[in-house]
Design a protein around this ligand. Structure first.
Ligand code: NI
Length: 183
């Protein structure tokens, strides 16, 4: 059984490609779309025909999750083009830049937990995707902080989806090597 439609996927991915055009994955020369496609892939792997989850909601939020934070797209545009539910999900996944930096993740996690579990799935998939080898200029302290933040995400959202939670925990454990390697 298919719990999401290819047409919805195409619309959201095309919209994201347009919104993020010209942006690169930080520290690389690769298009930002790569990050979004990896997050979407993690979400698809977790859905695997699991009818308990709304695949349409999960995949649209996956493609659109950085539009409010990193592009000129507004909440109103997302609500109109997609739905208020999608706009609310993406909004929860967006850090509140008015808060002090150290508070932003905890605040976003609190808001994600007020949303359906599909929104938490996107956050888990996002951090799974981002736990790759850190840029060479990151200090050991920064790399360690990034790992600790990943643990905070894991503990806050692990009940939303067991498959993604297990995968995130494995990625956090593997990331220890990078923390050790950093100067
Ligand atoms: Ni992201």
């Amino acid at each position: 059984m298919n719990i999401w439609s290819q047409e919805t996927y195409l619309k959201a991915s095309r919209f994201a490609a347009q919104a993020h055009r010209g942006q690169l994955v930080p520290g690389t020369e690769l298009p930002y779309l790569l990050h979004l496609s990896m997050v979407s892939m993690e979400v698809i792997a977790a859905l695997q025909g699991d009818a308990r989850f709304d695949g349409e909601l999960a995949l649209q939020c996956a493609w659109l999750h950085d539009t409010l934070e990193d592009t000129a797209i507004s909440y109103a545009t997302l609500a109109q083009e997609f739905s208020p539910q999608i706009a609310d999900g993406v909004s929860a996944l967006t850090k509140d830049s008015r808060l002090a930096k150290p508070l932003q993740m905890t605040d976003s996690l609190r808001r994600i937990k007020l949303q359906p579990p599909e929104v938490a799935m996107v956050k888990l998939a996002d951090r799974i995707t981002n736990l790759q080898r850190p840029p060479a200029h990151w200090t050991k302290a920064k790399t360690g902080q990034y790992r600790d933040e990943a643990l905070e995400i894991y503990h806050a959202l692990k009940d939303a989806n067991a498959f993604l939670a297990a995968r995130l925990l494995a990625k956090i454990e593997a990331y220890a090597v990078f923390v050790e390697d950093q100067k």
